[in-house]
Design a protein around this ligand. Structure first.
Ligand code: GCB
Length: 643
């Protein structure tokens, strides 16, 4: 009986993961927007919730909780959506829960949507961690494996057949991580009955953030005509003052749709148009999309309106913002629009008090404002894809993004097998499918600190990087290494070397005087071996806010500052050669699992978890603005007042 409870849940998840990889990705996942032919109804808010606390975590399925109202099969509590559920209650069992939780909401669907058979009704979840099943009026409509990307189902048929209004949406979510999930994890049963009660198990992971779970992004209902624009892909380039936008529109539900594409400038003026589902738009006197602090008119977005008219005369309209820019990598530089770009930025987490990883507009806008205040021109979505709304905001403000998939904590050799690889490829497909059109996204990161010295890593990364390039040939691909240059087996395949190192923290703790020597060695070794540009993709030190000492000691704000200063001295030398960026770990303090090296979370933020600055934030602010003044063209309004 040792293998009960979450182990079975894990097995259930495992099987689902297998199904997930067997299914080829179908169709697009355009961000739902309103248009003359489309409506959106946000059904986030308060949902009914119950965690399945049965030892097997399987009572919900045995009793078919999806068949009727959740409140009829047991007690329910209010649960906000979007939010992680972990920190919402006073119950430690919910905070650390592993297994299935159940969400339910009654939703009114406008009757004209249901009556008009030419209308397609879609239910979409922005993300739910990790494995989800969805029912509408007790009928299963879809399931999805993976915690950070959207999924949806056409529910028109179910709504019309069941004709129950308000309709009942039930979502079951399981946060169990297995060797084949991304990120991976293992369930460990504690079988020593003198120390643990029967059935006791823990979830082990190899990553340094709390495994928040629940419905993390909005749940939407939206409509399209039956014949609808399913996906749009744009790729951009330019020559002299002519911008070129190649587009590819896929339409479903019509065999011969008439497609018209129109590109408009800010002032609404049409600058190019074309008929047909594929083509190239030519834009004279193009306004390129430039990063923040690199140009006086950054983040210029055109508006691309796509109209698809079916045989029956119905027209679907979708408008996509388009930034025209190019990305190139040489052996020493990262070029945006053929000009060298230096990443001075941050690593982030989707993380905050109470809501955990739940999407929250006030937090998103505050973070953007803090980044702009600091002179940040880029960030990395460590260690998973962020909400698409964040990418849209970066498009509009010119913040450059390294877009990372959830391949974090791949340390166990069993996670380099074929099943894991197949799932990893699927996740990259989902990520590229969602984010390919964002001008802010300049590079894909396929993993963070995998055990890249293990023999299977070479083939694994060769496959992963080449598959990602086959999905999108316009962007470079990397993964983030903390391995030693001589033992890293994946580096030959990437375009840019991204290195994490914590000198004078995890190595030679307290000895900041060694940073200069060791960091120079690090850079010279990597460059010497691969001749590829390098980003310091993580560096930093924990600082407990308000803790001070002089001379600096570990965990004080002064020590964090000293570590940063020592790194910066080396960056300033090496950025004249082949170092193309520096991303501090981390933008803000964030929650981790409980363990002996974390004091209520990771404190390497330069802001606290509540977004108040530590001393390091002011240091970085001065530095980033100085670099921006040296390397970019700043609009007058953006000049840092102290310089
Ligand atoms: C790392 C990881 C990051 C951790 C960080 C740390 O190398 O990529 O997830 O949080 O170090 O603070 O230990």
């Amino acid at each position: 009986m040792g293998s009960s409870g979450a182990e079975r849940a894990a097995k259930r998840l495992f099987l689902a993961a297998l199904c997930g990889v067997c299914q080829a990705l179908q169709g697009g996942i355009l961000f739902p927007t309103e248009s003359p032919s489309r409506e959106v109804k946000d059904v986030s808010g308060l949902w009914s919730f119950r965690a399945d606390l049965s030892p097997e975590r399987s009572r919900g399925f045995e009793q078919q909780w999806f068949k009727g109202p959740l409140a009829e099969t047991g007690p329910v509590i209010d649960m906000p959506v979007p939010s992680s559920y972990n920190d919402i209650t006073q119950d430690g069992k919910i905070q650390d829960f592993i297994g299935w939780v159940w969400y339910e909401k009654d939703v009114w669907v406008p009757s004209r949507w249901i009556q008009d058979r030419g209308t397609r009704i879609v239910l979409r979840v922005g993300s739910a961690h990790y494995y989800s099943m969805l029912w509408v009026n007790g009928v299963k409509v879809t399931e999805h494996v993976g915690g950070h990307l959207p999924f949806e189902a056409d529910i028109s048929g179910v709504l019309r057949q069941t004709s129950v209004n308000p309709c009942r949406i039930t979502i079951a979510v399981n946060n169990t991580l297995t060797l084949e999930t991304l990120p991976p994890g293992t369930i460990q049963y504690m079988n020593d009955r003198t120390r643990y009660p029967a059935g006791y198990f823990v979830q082990n992971t190899n990553f340094d953030f709390f495994n928040y779970a629940g419905i993390h992004r909005s749940v939407l209902l939206y409509t399209t005509p039956q014949a609808h624009i399913d996906d749009i892909t744009v790729e951009t380039t330019f020559s002299d003052n002519i911008g070129l936008v190649s587009f590819n529109v896929s339409v479903l539900g019509s065999s011969k749709p008439a497609v018209k594409v129109t590109l408009s400038a800010h002032d609404g003026r049409c600058v190019a148009s074309a008929d047909g589902s594929r083509g190239v738009l030519k834009v004279t006197d193009v306004n390129l999309w430039w990063p923040y602090l690199m140009h006086e008119n950054p983040a210029y977005l055109y508006s691309m309106e796509v109209q698809a008219t079916a045989e029956d005369g119905q027209t679907d309209v979708y408008t996509l913002p388009v930034g025209i820019r190019t990305i190139k990598v040489t052996n020493k530089q990262f070029l945006i629009n053929n000009k060298p770009f230096y990443f001075h930025g941050v690593n982030k987490h989707e993380d905050a008090d109470i809501r955990g990883k739940g999407f929250d507009w006030p937090l998103v806008v505050k973070d953007l404002n803090l980044m702009k205040w600091m002179g940040v021109n880029s960030f990395r979505t460590s260690h998973y894809p962020y909400a698409e709304e964040i990418l849209q905001m970066a498009d509009r403000h010119g913040i450059v993004i390294i877009d990372e998939c959830p391949g974090v904590g791949i340390k166990d050799i069993r996670s380099f097998g074929n099943v894991s690889l197949a799932h990893h490829l699927t996740v990259m497909e989902e990520l590229v499918r969602r984010d390919k059109n964002h001008p802010s996204v300049v590079m894909w990161s396929v993993a963070n600190e995998p055990a890249s010295e293990m023999p299977p890593a070479g083939l694994y990364f060769k496959e992963l990087v080449s598959h990602t390039k086959s999905l999108d040939s316009s962007r470079p691909v990397t993964y983030i290494t903390a391995s030693n240059y001589a033992r890293d087996l994946g580096a030959p395949y990437v375009d840019v070397i991204c290195v994490n190192s914590y000198l004078s923290w995890y190595h030679d703790p307290g000895h900041t005087e060694l940073i200069s020597l060791q960091l120079n060695t690090q850079f010279d070794n990597w460059y010497g071996k691969y001749q590829k540009p390098i980003i310091q993709s993580e560096y930093g030190a924990d600082a407990v806010p308000g803790l001070h000492s002089d001379p600096p000691m570990m965990f004080t704000e002064e020590y964090q500052k000293t570590v940063l200063q020592n790194y910066h001295n080396v960056f300033d030398q090496k950025r004249k050669e082949f170092v193309i960026g520096e991303l501090i770990w981390n933008f803000a303090d964030f929650m981790t699992s409980q363990n002996i090296i974390r004091v209520v979370g990771n404190k390497k933020g330069i802001f606290t978890r509540q977004r108040q600055p530590k001393a390091g934030a002011f240091l970085l602010r001065e530095r980033y603005w100085r670099i921006a003044n040296e390397t970019g063209v700043l609009p007058t309004w953006a000049r840092y007042p102290c310089l």
